[in-house]
Design a protein. Structure first.
Length: 268
């Protein structure tokens, strides 16, 4: 449009001058307008060249990214050796445990197990003993080092098969209730040591996930336990119920037949 206006103005000059109808002021104005149009044309041409150069560069960058993506997709993903990672973490955690807990792995999560051999809670309650608080302080420090935006902590409470007696006076209904309250007590303590409250959860299993026989006092003390796991949301899937061997009534822990939720235990 501007080119047409310019052409029309230039064409009109001779005609207007020839008729003698254009004053000097009008002529100067038309010349100035013509110069303005030329300046705008020059600026538009320069901008057009700049944009074409930018488009060329963007096309080149787009092609480079396409080639990089194709190369990445063609390259096989590096396999992560989970067993090797677990072995390193287990070794590190065992040094810190001082024999106060077992390092365990279940599915995609790593954790610690504290059983009742050293008395976890006061009898018939969910009040932590001083010894348990000392152990949990160590555990909190280990967990805090591994916490990031993708990890969560789950505290699992477990009991033996004895029915609740003393705890009923405090409103406890059954072992599921008691194990949940004990897990809550551990969660509260871990949070007091700096773990983020929105990333620490609890589960109560009562007597339903034994790892040893409930026919002996030693077996019962192993089943009265708290397990604290750290992992991603997927890694913290509870998996299969631990299998308990009935051979000789020893109640030794076995791997699941399906392999799902398989547990590895490093004894203290």
């Amino acid at each position: 449009m501007k080119k047409l206006m310019l052409l029309a103005a230039m064409t009109a000059f001779p005609a207007l001058l020839g008729t003698g109808c254009v004053s000097t002021g009008q002529y100067d104005a038309m010349v100035k307008h013509n110069e303005t149009l030329n300046s705008e044309k020059t600026a538009l041409m320069a901008e057009n060249e700049r944009l074409e150069d930018s488009v060329t560069k963007l096309r080149g960058e787009n092609e480079r990214l396409r080639n990089a993506l194709a190369s990445a997709e063609a390259k096989p993903a590096e396999k992560v050796n989970e067993d090797e990672i677990y072995a390193k973490l287990r070794s590190m955690w065992e040094k810190e445990s001082g024999g106060d807990f077992d390092v365990i792995r279940r599915g995609g999560a790593m954790g610690v197990r504290i059983d009742d051999r050293n008395v976890l809670f006061k009898s018939g309650s969910w009040e932590l003993t001083d010894k348990t608080k000392e152990t949990l302080t160590k555990v909190a420090a280990l967990l805090e080092k591994k916490m990031d935006a993708m990890t969560f902590v789950r505290v699992d409470g477990h009991t033996d098969s004895d029915p609740v007696l003393k705890a009923k006076a405090q409103g406890i209904l059954d072992n599921i209730h008691l194990s949940t309250m004990r897990a809550m007590a551990v969660r509260t303590f871990l949070i007091s040591k700096g773990l983020p409250a929105d990333r620490v959860y609890v589960s109560g299993y009562g007597e339903h996930w034994p790892i040893s026989s409930n026919t002996t006092s030693v077996g019962k003390s192993k089943n009265r336990r708290v397990e604290i796991f750290i992992g991603t949301a997927d890694g913290l899937s509870i998996g299969d119920t631990p299998a308990v061997s009935k051979e000789g009534g020893k109640g030794s822990e076995q791997a699941s037949k399906t392999g799902k939720g398989k547990e590895t235990v490093s004894k203290k």
